[in-house]
Design a protein around this ligand. Structure first.
Ligand code: ACO
Length: 153
């Protein structure tokens, strides 16, 4: 871990920092503090059936000196029927705030989320990203697989 930073699970007190950090990724929109807290409660409450493993694993990287949130990301664990009812991990919503980029925090965050997924028993971990981020994910040990498709409304 880069010196001067700590990684931990998101808490309900992280509202401003997380919303702000996510703005480097996409439009966050109108998410009230109350809605944020409800979502964090939901993430905390959902466990994989019959286990003590949480389905949602949202993390934040915090700058020790300021308490500022520098990065955030999540791994969601999906129970499948295939692969002997295996687990697939989905890495989502990775963002390192502008002033903290280039300090290896993104790589540390991905490494931690990946470790969390494999320790939970995932047979694979997948993510979608912009082509410009491919070299970053390759440095984190990921490789290209398939093509992302989507439908939106
Ligand atoms: N192109 C090439 N190399 C890169 C890039 C890039 N776009 N970004 C990082 N790297 C390299 C770094 O140079 C470094 O290489 P090194 O180990 O040889 O020195 C290595 O990857 C690790 O870089 P970090 O310092 O950990 O990267 P950073 O903390 O800046 O985080 C990130 C990278 C997450 C892409 C950040 O720039 C960011 O938040 N961007 C905006 C939001 C975004 O695009 N998020 C990803 C969305 S995809 C998803 O959510 C699944």
């Amino acid at each position: 871990m880069t010196a001067g930073y700590t990684i931990r699970r998101i808490s309900k007190d992280d509202y401003e920092g997380v919303i702000d950090t996510l703005k480097v990724l996409t439009v966050v929109g109108d998410v009230s503090r109350r809605r944020f807290e409800e979502i964090v409660d939901h993430w905390d409450a959902v466990y994989l059936h019959g286990t003590s493993t949480r389905q949602y694993n949202p993390l934040v990287v915090v700058e020790d000196a300021t308490g500022q949130i520098a990065a955030t990301g999540n791994i969601i664990l999906e129970r499948k029927l295939i692969h002997d009812a295996g687990l697939c991990g989905h890495i989502e919503d990775i963002a390192v705030s502008k002033s903290h980029q280039g300090k290896r925090l993104g790589k540390f965050l991905i490494d931690r989320l990946t470790q969390l997924g494999f320790e939970a028993g995932c047979y694979k971990i997948i993510l979608d990203c912009d082509p410009k981020n491919v070299p970053f994910y390759e440095k984190c040990g990921y490789s290209k697989a398939g093509i992302e498709m989507q439908i939106r409304r």
